[in-house]
Design a protein around this ligand. Structure first.
Ligand code: UT7
Length: 324
């Protein structure tokens, strides 16, 4: 059976840097509170780039790294909850920005911070079924549009950015070994953003406030539990042991969550990749941006076993194991 091999990565973050010190001037907070409680020191915010433009720039870099032409792409999936427009999808915009052939399939997946792993899971299944040869899988979000910049409990956490991988159908043992996606809609109120559209004249209740809202403490506890079990799920399915893992690339929400998941798995610190100090939580962008950095820093080698795990609004969670 064909495997979906990850043959190229790319990422893009906007130029504008917003440090914790900048935030001290905007809300009642401090660099020491933010860095101790989260590990975040700065984040990027988009001034000009829309979600689909960031996604296209990340995808262009991934195509270049893979040596693949946009004309060869059969499928584009963008994990995002901050599309440029309600419709068309960000994936259709990416198709247009990159010149991907007419007739390829393009759609978005809404799974918040798990968007990239949801997209990877779907693309993997298309490739394994034989209906797609090459796919672009992208995670991109522009949370600077969603957060209330007057709410210190959320605005310090998020940033903007996009990451992408090119998947190719190949024989052999390299590629996605296992991939799992999950959700529990009963907990939707723990982390959500209401519709930015005005209510219709027929509607009984419109919220009138589309800013992101989060129950941080409860989300934190569930994140620790769920990320640990999600990693174990793909390890059990593939028969992998902690010593087989070359690198764990977790969703970059909070260093304390990542460290707790690492402790549960008894993984050495150097086996867990983090970059949230520079970018904060970029939602669906977080894992593919981290993967691209790890690749470019030479931390990922042929045949390495890489694990991914995410957790986010929905609630959604997902994990994947890949042989590089
Ligand atoms: O990617 C999707 C998933 N999202 C997450 O995984 C986020 C999960 N949650 C978290 O990362 C953490 O819960 C937070 C970082 C959001 C909060 O950390 P915490 O250690 O759980 O703090 P807390 O909410 O319990 O707040 C402690 C105190 C409160 O003050 P009092 O009531 O103790 O006086 C807050 O009002 O810290 C206060 N506080 C702040 N102080 C300075 C909350 N935000 C800030 C702030 N600066 N930015």
């Amino acid at each position: 059976m064909m495997k979906a091999r990850l043959i190229g990565t790319g990422s893009f973050v906007p130029k504008k840097i917003l440090t914790n010190y900048d935030l001290e001037k905007m809300v009642e907070t401090s660099d020491s509170w933010i860095s101790t409680r989260t590990g975040i020191r700065q984040r990027r915010v988009a001034v000009e780039d829309s979600t689909s433009e960031m996604a296209a720039k990340a995808a262009k870099a991934a195509l270049k790294a893979a040596g693949v032409s946009p004309k060869e792409i059969d499928l584009i999936i963008v994990g995002t909850v901050t599309p440029d427009m309600t419709f068309p999808s960000s994936a259709c915009f990416v198709q247009s920005h990159l010149g991907v052939k007419s007739g390829a399939a393009a759609f978005d997946v809404s799974a918040a911070c798990s968007g990239f792993l949801y997209a990877l899971d779907i693309a993997n299944k298309y490739i394994k079924s034989g209906s797609v040869q090459k796919a672009l899988v992208i995670g991109a979000d522009r949370f600077s549009r969603l957060v209330d910049w007057k709410d210190r409990s959320t605005c310090v956490l998020f940033g903007d950015g996009a990451g992408a991988v090119v998947l190719s159908a190949e024989k052999g043992n390299r590629g996605v070994l296992s991939s799992r996606i999950h959700s529990d809609g009963r907990h939707w109120e723990m982390l959500y953003a209401d519709s930015p559209c005005p209510p219709s004249p027929f509607e009984k209740k419109g919220s009138g406030n589309h800013y992101l809202k989060m129950n941080g403490n409860e989300t934190f506890k569930l994140a620790v539990r769920t990320m640990g079990s999600a990693i174990k799920e793909v390890m059990e399915e593939t028969g992998l042991k902690p010593e087989d893992i070359s690198l764990l690339i977790p969703h970059q929400a909070n260093l304390r969550i990542i460290n707790a998941a690492r402790d549960r798995l008894k993984l050495a610190e150097e086996k867990v990749f983090t970059n949230l100090d520079k970018y904060g939580n970029t939602s669906a962008g977080s894992i593919p941006i981290a993967l691209d950095e790890a690749v470019r820093e030479g931390k990922v080698k042929d045949n390495d076993i890489i694990l991914f795990v995410s957790f986010g609004g929905g609630l959604t969670w997902a994990s994947a194991a890949v042989r590089w």
